[in-house]
Each structure stands twice: as structure tokens, then as C-alpha cells.
Design a protein around this ligand. Structure first.
Ligand code: CP
Length: 327
């Protein structure tokens, strides 16, 4: 069937009961359950598993410019945003090495944001400092998307994690999700725990006590009357666990390297984990991994971390189109 972008655009706007135009995407706490479900629904429009025909999405945001400001290294987030922006017709400006910009000459962070604000239609920012995305949003007039701010938040990762769980399980209610590894510093597990707390999901936190989930996140679960358990080691019996979300112990978050070395190799999943994958446990990881998942597990259909990373593309296409008011 021939695709008519103007007609499709009219119906897509009709379906958009939430107005995301001009909105900043900074913190997962800024989104209601209904808004999160709406974003997941919109992302399906960009996912070839749901939309079989070529929808020629390149017309959606034609003429708009994405400004990518990566003050910290990234593979998935930066490249998937680059891809997502281009797939919906946007041009791209920005940097991933701040030292190649006038920051090197002493230009301030707010001035850098002001300048990029005048050249782009939305800004996508990754920064090692928690709160940097919010600071940028206070200066910029255009929408700002947080692509990870230090140990604080990485909301587009959280939304793609939710999307992956929903896509694989077919639901977000009545499941059990175990989060493992660095639960103290891991921004992905903090935000995912908050997002999952909107749903009837049992959460299991598996870590060394020194990297335990901070109490503030457990308090959110208590307040919302959600079930959770805290484990100090990976139980040999993962009975009832639908998803295990493994994370990297992040060297860059430790002030004391000796502390990092003592902990870094605990909770590694070697090839013996295959028996749990065979039993149906789905293994997720935000990536990058170092050694915490044996690559021999990669080929198993229940090792879904590369599928998870690919889903980031559809979430980011949807979010860009939404904040630009084109969806
Ligand atoms: N998951 C994630 O944010 O990966 P990158 O650091 O490579 O973007």
C-alpha cells in the first residue's frame, strides 16, 4: 500500500493524547505510568518487528537539527541517537570530544549550551556530572534529552529497558525482575527500579553489601507496596525470576581503586549460567560489559542484551519525534 506521510501524520497526532512537544527528558521520575506506556506504544511505530512495511520515517522531522553534546564517552547512546535522528530526517551537529571545542579555551558550560541552543532544535547531552542535563535544560529554550548524567539518570536507557521487557514478556505486570552487580552507583538500575515500581513487578536486588541498592530506592517500593528481596549472592535457584539485569562494576565511579579491585569480579556470569537461560531466565545488560557476562552465552536466545541495545533506536526515534511535536 502506498504510504501518505501527511495522512499518517494526521492520525498519529490524533493518537497522541500526551503533549510532549518542547518537553525535556531529564529524569524518569518526571514520567507517569501512563506516559511511559504511551512512549512504549509510540516506539512500536519505528520497530520493524511491529511495522513490516517501509514507512519512510525520514519525513517525520525533516529540517530539524539534533545537537549532540557528549562530554563523556559512549557507543550505544551516541550512535543510536545519531542513527535515530537521521532515520526520522534530522540533521546532526555536535561533539563527542569537548576538548576539540572552545571549552578547551575556557568557555563555560552555560555558554556552550546557549550557543548550541541557537543552532539546534533539540539537545542530547551526556555528562559525567550528575545534574548536568537539568542545568542544561535551565539554560536552553529547546528540548534537552539526558543521555546519561554521571551516577544520576539515563532515562532513555530506562525506557528502552522497559520496552525490551514488555516486548519479550508481552506484559509489564506480574513478572519478577532481578537486578544484579553495581546497585550502589549504577544509574541504570536505580532508574529501572523506579520505572518498574509503577507496575506489579517483584524486584530482587543481588549485590555485594558494599554495592547494595540505596535505601531511598527500597523506600519507593515500600511506599508503592511492591514486593522486593535483597540477596548478597546469586542464589543457585532463580526460581520465578523472569529477567536478570546484569550490570558492570563501574571503575570510573570509584574514588578508591583498591575498593574497585576487591569487588569487580564478584557476580560474574560464566558459561555455567546457560542452565538458567535454558530454564527461561532472560538475561539483560545495559552494556558495555567488561567480563561480567561470558561471550559464550551470547548466542543463547534468552541472552537478550544486544536486542535490548537495538531497541534503543526505536525508543530514541519516538522520543525525538515526540519532543519536536512531530508524533
Ligand atoms: N548503555 C549505554 O549507555 O551505553 P553507552 O555508554 O555506550 O552509551
Amino acid at each position: 500500500m502506498k504510504y501518505y506521510p501527511a495522512v499518517a501524520g494526521f492520525f498519529l497526532k490524533k493518537m497522541n493524547k500526551f503533549n510532549f512537544k518542547g518537553r525535556d527528558i531529564i529524569d524518569i521520575n518526571d514520567f507517569s505510568k501512563e506516559e511511559l506506556l504511551f512512549i512504549l506504544k509510540m516506539a512500536k511505530k519505528f520497530d520493524p518487528e511491529y511495522v513490516k512495511s517501509d514507512r519512510s520515517n525520514y519525513t517525520i522531522a525533516q529540517g530539524k537539527i539534533a545537537g549532540l553534546l557528549f562530554f563523556e564517552q559512549s557507543t550505544r547512546t551516541e550512535q543510536s541517537f545519531r542513527s535515530a535522528a537521521q532515520k526520522i530526517g534530522m540533521g546532526i551537529i555536535g561533539f563527542n570530544d569537548p576538548q576539540s571545542t572552545s571549552i578547551h579555551k575556557g568557555e563555560s558550560f552555560p555558554d556552550t549550551i546557549r550557543i548550541m541552543d541557537s543552532y539546534a532544535d533539540c539537545l542530547i547531552i551526556r555528562h559525567p556530572k550528575g545534574g548536568a542535563a537539568k542545568d542544561a535544560a535551565e539554560v536552553a529554550a529547546i528540548p534537552v534529552i539526558n543521555a546519561g548524567d554521571g551516577p544520576n539518570q539515563h532515562p532513555t536507557q530506562t525506557i528502552l529497558d522497559l520496552y525490551t521487557i514488555q516486548k519479550v514478556a508481552g506484559k509489564l505486570e506480574g513478572i519478577t525482575v532481578a537486578l544484579m552487580g553495581d546497585l550502589k552507583y549504577g544509574r541504570t538500575v536505580h532508574a529501572l527500579s523506579i520505572a518498574l515500581s509503577h507496575f506489579n513487578v517483584k524486584q530482587i536486588f543481588i549485590s555485594h553489601p558494599s554495592l547494595a541498592m540505596p535505601q531511598e530506592y527500597l523506600n519507593i517500593l515500600k511506599t508503592r507496596n511492591r514486593k522486593y528481596e535483597v540477596w548478597e549472592k546469586l542464589s543457585m535457584d532463580l526460581e520465578g525470576v523472569d529477567f536478570l539485569y546484569q550490570t558492570r562494576v563501574q571503575k570510573e565511579r570509584f574514588a578508591n581503586l583498591n575498593e574497585y579491585k576487591k569487588i569487580k569480579d564478584l557476580f560474574i556470569l560464566d558459561k555455567s549460567f546457560k542452565k538458567y537461560l535454558d530454564r527461561g531466565v532472560k538475561l539483560m545488560h545495559p552494556l558495555p560489559r567488561v567480563n561480567e557476562i561470558d561471550p559464550e552465552l551470547d548466542a543463547h536466545p534468552n541472552a537478550i542484551y544486544f536486542q535490548q541495545a537495538r531497541n534503543g533506536l526505536y525508543i530514541r526515534e519516538a522520543l525525538l519525534a515526540l519532543v519536536l511535536g512531530r508524533l
